[in-house]
Design a protein around this ligand. Structure first.
Ligand SMILES: NC(=O)c1ccc[n+]([C@@H]2O[C@H](COP(=O)([O-])OP(=O)(O)OC[C@H]3O[C@@H](n4cnc5c(N)ncnc54)[C@H](O)[C@@H]3O)[C@@H](O)[C@H]2O)c1
Length: 269
């Protein structure tokens, strides 16, 4: 399907790894120029790889999306490079690195960075990039929630709460930006084997008595059998397919939504 994204510029914040990297590759395949932003220095190498493989222009920028000033400087850099910005995708996210069940396994101090990254990165991106998109009266934002946002997941309460806030901010921003024909949606992945998912297992495994500990693959296999009606893992590419669709005009009437790519894990009846 030609999504007609050629000639557009997509900014992927958290594009050096996992889901964000798959999204960046998919936008490049669709012919969009790219700005890859990430706190990890590996973003430079990933940008180089995509540039080489796809032939589109790829600009890399190291930025802590939890810092508003840094995000504003990155936005200026993107606009100076491309002169425009059409789609802003924000998969940057972290967990607490601790097993959060019961919630007092964590201290209140464990919440700070998790909230700062997971909810403030989308907020900072919206503030930094919306003004230029309002001028062109087009484009889209995609923020990242999680199934955890919708079920009060006990695995990592600050993560779950931050993601719920993302769902809510997505609706606020979608309402504000609709009059400028800018759409805002949240994508909610289920279970995807990425460094972030592995860190959830690590936190769980550390907490277990020796006899209960198991390998990531064993833990993952059992977990997916329990939570996923379709009985299989989701992949970064499953999410990337939704992301480019949401950016395209084929999705021109979709805004303010949280779309689950979760094998049916969350179903509202
Ligand atoms: N993997 C899953 O199963 C799963 C499930 C539900 C939701 N999600 C969400 O999907 C998104 C992508 O997750 P992933 O699994 O690909 O994780 P990942 O760890 O592979 O990738 C996250 C990326 O965000 C970057 N990042 C982290 N903090 C940042 C910051 N302050 N500024 C800039 N970049 C930063 C990391 O360096 C990394 O490149 C996250 O928002 C995550 O919460 C993932």
């Amino acid at each position: 399907m030609d999504l007609e994204l050629g000639g557009s510029v997509a900014v992927v914040i958290g594009g050096a790894s996992g889901i964000g990297l798959a999204i960046a590759r998919q936008f490049a395949r669709e012919g969009a120029d790219l700005a890859l932003l990430d706190i990890a220095p590996s973003v430079q190498a990933m940008a180089g790889e995509i540039r080489e493989q796809s032939g589109v222009s790829v600009h890399a920028c190291i930025v802590d999306a939890a810092e508003y000033d840094a995000m504003c400087r990155a936005a200026e850099e993107v606009l100076a490079t491309f002169g425009r910005c059409d789609h802003v995708v924000v998969p940057a996210g972290i967990g607490s690195g601790k097993f959060g069940f019961p919630f007092w396994n964590l201290t209140p101090a464990d919440w700070d960075r998790v909230l700062r990254v997971n909810i403030m990165a989308p907020v900072h991106a919206a503030h930094a990039f919306a003004p230029t998109m309002i001028q062109t009266r087009r484009g889209s934002f995609q923020f990242f929630a999680s199934v955890a946002a919708q079920i009060g997941s006990q695995t990592d309460p600050p993560y779950s709460a931050a993601k719920a806030a993302v769902v809510n901010f997505t609706q606020c921003a979608a309402k504000d930006l609709a009059r400028y024909q800018i759409r805002v949606n949240a994508i909610s992945p289920g279970m995807i084997k990425t460094p972030l998912n592995r860190s959830v297992w690590e936190a769980w495994n550390r907490q277990q008595p020796e006899a209960n500990r198991r390998s990531y693959d064993d833990w993952a296999e059992e977990k997916i059998r329990v939570v996923s009606p379709l009985g299989r893992w989701q992949t970064p590419e499953d999410v990337a397919a939704l992301s480019v669709f949401l950016a395209s005009d084929r999705a021109r009437n979709i805004t303010g939504q949280t779309l689950n790519v979760d094998g049916g894990q969350v179903m509202h009846s």
